[in-house]
Design a protein around this ligand. Sequence first.
Ligand code: TYM
Length: 330
Amino acid sequence: MDQKKRIFSGIQPSGDLTLGSYMGAIKSWAALQEDYDCLFCIVDMHAITVRQNPADLRRRTLEQMAQYIACGLDPEKNIMFVQSHVPQHAELSWVLGCYTQFGELSRMTQFKDKSAKHADNITAGLFTYPVLMAADILLYQADLVPVGQDQKQHVELCRDIAARFNNSFPDTFTIPEPFIPKMGARIMSLGTPENKMSKSEPDGCVFLMDSPEDIARKFKRAVTDCETAVRYDKENKPGVSNLLTIYCAATGKTIEQAEADFAGQGYGVFKPAVGEAVIELLRPIREESQRLLKDKAYLEAVCKDGAEKASYLATKTLRKVYKKVGFVAR
Ligand code: TYM
């Protein structure tokens, strides 16, 4: 029998999980878990590239594990773990950093954006973040990396680093492919639909744990345009197009079906209907997360088990890398 292909992906616990991270990432992970050998990580080491409140980071890390499970990721089928529990990520990152050019990292658009946003705190960690991300992926010899469009450049860099390393030391790393799910791949802010929905802009952002009332309010306030037609046109109607994308991702309908559903009905009907679809989508996820969060011992056991399995795989790659670069065996 063919071996299953391997997948690695992760989300930063730098804020509560959003509808964007659900529709752009976790939902597609859940669909992949049957056919692939998957590792799903909570990348807390990435989160500290910008300042975090330590107590909040700790709370959110365990909450994120509960939410992963509530979204349908099965800890029995996948390796689900916390990045800082597997020290090999930091160790491989150091080696890969020595095979990455300063110029390559300077070209990363996310670094440029984030360093403009956090101009008083542009750390070396923020700069070398894509190297750590490459280590995450390459440690497990992942074939595919499901990410949203905004992370594609980082996966491309990971490929370049892996290919360069393999060029010096053949057969070290599998070269991974970015895997961008088609529908709902990019969810935009409800307030400024030109920007992606992001935890750093809470007003235009729906969180998985938001109450139905909050969700309804956020969708009622969503920015649209001065027409009345519910029609998909990303260029001229970014707000309405984003709402259509969200509606379709929540209901499984196509854009054509959704346009037909709202033909002749104005935004006053459309916006609350999208809100309602999202409320129904998130209700079971929120309730199951709340239930799981009461069982801290279970969540900690899932993290521990995941870290052990991940560490086993990571050790194999790191040993190989240390040997190839010329480190004396311990
Ligand atoms: P992060 O934590 O910013 O986002 C996690 C995943 O969710 C996707 N995403 C979105 N997709 C659609 N619409 C949105 N509004 C939206 N917001 C977020 C992101 O594209 C991403 O796939 N560096 C990564 C985390 C990471 C990682 C990795 C990913 C670290 N190591 C290794 C894959 C493999 C990040 O900051 O994602």
